[in-house]
Design a protein around this ligand. Structure first.
Ligand code: FA5
Length: 344
C-alpha cells in the first residue's frame, strides 16, 4: 500500500469515527467506540501495521497523519463527554424540587416494654418519696439468703430455684438482697425501691429464667401494714389509671412476719366474671409478695427491732406489664421480635 493510500484511509477513519459517535448518548458507548478505534486491537492500530510497507522516507509524513487522527479521535471523545455532562447538568437544573415534601423517615428504636414499665413504676414510687437503691446481679449467699433469715439448708430456699456460681456466690434469685445492702449501709429511716434483673431456673408462659423484680423497703419508727396498703393503692391507681381495690392474703416468706400476697382487683372484669381469663373468675390478681420485716432480719443488719418496724415487698415487673397490656406469654417480652415490641 502506498503512503498516500494509507493517509487516505487513516483520514477516512477519523471522519467515520466522528460520524459514529455523533448520535451516541451514553458515556459507556462512547468509551467503547474509542476502544474500537484506539485500543490495542482497534482499527487505527491495525492500520498502523501497514506502515511497514511504506518506504522509510515517507514514514514520518504518514506517522504524523496517524498522530493527528489519533488525537482528533481523543479530542472528539473528550468533547462528546463534555457535551453529555452539560446535558446532565442542564437537566438537573431544570428539575423542580418540591421542598415542602416530608423527608424520608429513618427507623427509630424505642424503649423495650419492660424498660418503659420499669421507668414508669420508678417514677410512680418517687412521687411518694421512695429513692432508688441498687445491688449486684451476682451476689453472695449471705445477702440473698442468710441475712434474710434463710440459713443454709433452710427449706424456704427451695422457693427460688437458684443458679449457684459457687457455694457462696449466686445469680441473685430476687431483689431482696438489696434490702440487706441498704440496711447495712444506712441507718433508719429507710425508704427505697430496688428495681433489678434476677435469675431463676424457671421456664413457662408466666415464668422466665431472667426477669425483673422491684423490691420496696420502708423502715421507720411507726410503720404498719396499712401503710403498705396505701403504697399499693397509689401504685395501682397511677399504673392502671383506675381506683382498684387491694387485698392482702396471708402467705409465707422467711424474712417477713406476717407475710402476705398482695392482690389487686381485676382490672379487666372488675367483678370476678366467671368468663374472665385474667382473674379466672376470682375478681383478684396477685401482683406481689410482701410483709412486715422480720426482727431476725433487723438483727443481721444491727437495727433496733424494739424501736423500728418496716414493710417490704417484691413484685415482678413483667407480670404487671403483661396484665396491663394483655400479653399472654412472658416469652414475647424476651424473644426480640420487633413486630411484637413495636406495638408498645
Ligand atoms: C420473692 O421473690 C420475694 N423476694 C418477694 C418479697 C419481697 C416478699 C419482700 C416479701 C418481702 P416471689 O418468689 O413470689 O417472691 O416472686 C415475686 C414476684 O416475682 C412474683 O409474684 C412474680 O410476679 C415474679 N416472678 C417470680 N418468678 C418469676 C419468673 N421466673 N419469671 C417472671 N416473674 C417471676
Amino acid at each position: 500500500m502506498s503512503a498516500d493510500d494509507l493517509i487516505r484511509q487513516v483520514d477516512n477513519l477519523g471522519r467515520v469515527f466522528a460520524a459514529e459517535i455523533e448520535p451516541l448518548a451514553g458515556e459507556q458507548e462512547i468509551r467503547n467506540a474509542q476502544a474500537r478505534y484506539l485500543g490495542k486491537k482497534g482499527t487505527v492500530s491495525q492500520l498502523m501495521k501497514q506502515m511497514r510497507h511504506v518506504p522509510a522516507a515517507q514514514r514520518k509524513r504518514v506517522g504524523s497523519v496517524f498522530n493527528r487522527v489519533k488525537s482528533s479521535i481523543a479530542d472528539a471523545v473528550a468533547a462528546k463527554l463534555r457535551q453529555l455532562e452539560e446535558v446532565d447538568k442542564a437537566s438537573d437544573l431544570a428539575r423542580t424540587i418540591d421542598v415542602t415534601l416530608p423527608g424520608r423517615q429513618g427507623a427509630i428504636g424505642r424503649l423495650h416494654l419492660v424498660t418503659q414499665v420499669w421507668n414508669e413504676v420508678v417514677e410512680i414510687f418517687s412521687e411518694i418519696g421512695f429513692e432508688v437503691a441498687e445491688g449486684p446481679q451476682i451476689d453472695t449467699d449471705f445477702h440473698c439468703f442468710e441475712a434474710l433469715a434463710m440459713p443454709k439448708g433452710h427449706p424456704a430456699r427451695d422457693m427460688q430455684d437458684t443458679f449457684y456460681i459457687t457455694d457462696d456466690v449466686v445469680l441473685r434469685p430476687h431483689t431482696s438482697p438489696v434490702q440487706i445492702r441498704t440496711m447495712t449501709s444506712q441507718t433508719p429511716p429507710v425508704k427505697i425501691i430496688a428495681p433489678g434483673v434476677v435469675y431463676r431456673r424457671d421456664d413457662d408462659p408466666t415464668h422466665s429464667p431472667m426477669f425483673t423484680q422491684l423490691e420496696g423497703l420502708l423502715v421507720d419508727e411507726v410503720v404498719g401494714l396499712s401503710d403498705l396498703k396505701g403504697v399499693f393503692l397509689h401504685l395501682i391507681r397511677r399504673f392502671y389509671g383506675k381506683s382498684l381495690e387491694v387485698r392482702f392474703r396471708p402467705s409465707y416468706f422467711p424474712f417477713v412476719e406476717p407475710g402476705v400476697e398482695v392482690d389487686m382487683q381485676c382490672a379487666f372484669c372488675m367483678s370476678g366474671n366467671p368468663a374472665c381469663r385474667v382473674c379466672k373468675g376470682t375478681g383478684w390478681i396477685e401482683i406481689s409478695g410482701a410483709g412486715m420485716v422480720d426482727p431476725d432480719v433487723f438483727a443481721h443488719v444491727d437495727y433496733d427491732a424494739e424501736k423500728f418496724t418496716g414493710f417490704a415487698w417484691g413484685m415482678g415487673l413483667e407480670r404487671i406489664a403483661m396484665l396491663r397490656h394483655n400479653v399472654n406469654d412472658i416469652k414475647h417480652l424476651y424473644e426480640g421480635d420487633v413486630r411484637f415490641l413495636r406495638q408498645f
